[in-house]
Ligand binder design. Sequence first.
Ligand code: AMP
Length: 193
Amino acid sequence: MRLILLGPPGAGKGTQAARLVEKYKIVQLSTGDMLRAAVAAGSEIGQKVKGVLERGELVSDELIVSIIADRVDQDDCKNGFILDGFPRTLAQADALAELLEKKNLNLDSVVQLEVDEKILLARIEQRARESEEVRSDDNAEALKKRLSVYNEQTAPLISYYKDKGSLKAVDGMKSVEDVAAQIDAVLEPYNHA
Ligand code: AMP
């Protein structure tokens, strides 16, 4: 199974992805995690993107597409993957379609977590308070930036995938278990395992 989890920061994509990894035995490809790992390792890429992440801006399409293109070729992706945090722009979505076509792979579904932005803010503030290792972009200023970047650059992907017929929207404001049940229901037709 290959799918995209779409939704603004704090919508619960990471939480749901972790569960789907277990259920379908597929890998979670979180571009945010990959970039944070690069920053922590102090690699060349990490040094380049550190400030961008801290400000809540997006790294270049070119960079992120090349990271994903390499990643999906790895052995552990054979059974499928969940894209979490990618694509985030229309250019990334086009690049993804092109690269999947080249590799003869199809995308089963795009699951959109629909949420209320005001409640999101509260959730992220709570995450910042509870987490021991606070993300450097979980502060009010960077969060506001991340939400506006989402609305400007990523939200257009909703109609993009709706037009392609692959979008499945679920109510992301329900409990973790309830959201999980909704996702399972929309993925049921693709569960050939
Ligand atoms: P996330 O963990 O998905 O919220 O991502 C954290 C940060 O990593 C974002 O605010 C961006 O700076 C960067 N990032 C992650 N994924 C992408 C992407 N697909 N395109 C551009 N920047 C990204």
